[in-house]
Design a protein around this ligand. Structure first.
Ligand code: FES
Ligand code: FES
Length: 163
């Protein structure tokens, strides 16, 4: 029987704690212990991006990080993206462009795209495609996804100018 480790962290701005096996991944902890099932397990090996989350402001594959490494860290997941009932501009544009079909890849792509726009509010299309190259989608086709990201970037720049 393995000994569980107690982990204290912050998830989407709220304090969170869980007991985890030493070999469990952050993705396991999010989905199974904290019941945050937005991040998906596509490959489990860092190849598909479906499990993308932010850890202390850095984009990571939650399937490649041990849950015990989340101790004291600030985790952001897709569940924290909409704020006070308002969709994030990326979510709005994904809906407008129908940039998803089965939706399995969508949480990871949205988290990764948000990280892009925080690092670079005015990316070129090539930069957006390069940034999202680690997020695989097997049904929508990437053009709609990229158009949604570019339009969301424009919306966010306009919002910033207006505020
Ligand atoms: Fe983590 Fe595919 S499930 S990268
Ligand atoms: Fe199905 Fe991307 S919408 S994998």
């Amino acid at each position: 029987m393995s000994r569980k480790t107690h982990v204290t962290t912050t998830v989407n701005g709220d304090a969170a704690e869980f007991l985890t096996d030493p070999h469990a991944t952050l993705l396991d902890a999010l989905r199974d212990d904290l019941r945050l099932t937005g991040a998906k397990e596509g490959c489990g090996s860092g190849d598909c991006g479906a499990c993308s989350v932010m850890v202390d402001g850095r984009l990571v594959c939650a399937c490649l990080m041990l849950a015990v490494e989340a101790e004291g860290k600030r985790i952001e997941t897709i569940e924290g993206m909409a704020q006070e009932g308002e969709l994030h501009p990326l979510q709005t544009q994904f809906l407008r462009h129908a940039a998803l079909q089965c939706g399995f890849c969508t949480p990871g792509i949205l988290v990764a795209a948000k990280a892009l726009l925080e690092a670079n509010p005015n990316p070129t299309e090539v930069e957006a495609r390069f940034w999202l190259a680690g997020n695989l989608c097997r049904c929508t086709g990437y053009d709609k996804i990229i158009r949604a990201v570019m339009d969301a970037a424009a919306d966010m720049r306009q919002e910033r100018r207006a505020s």
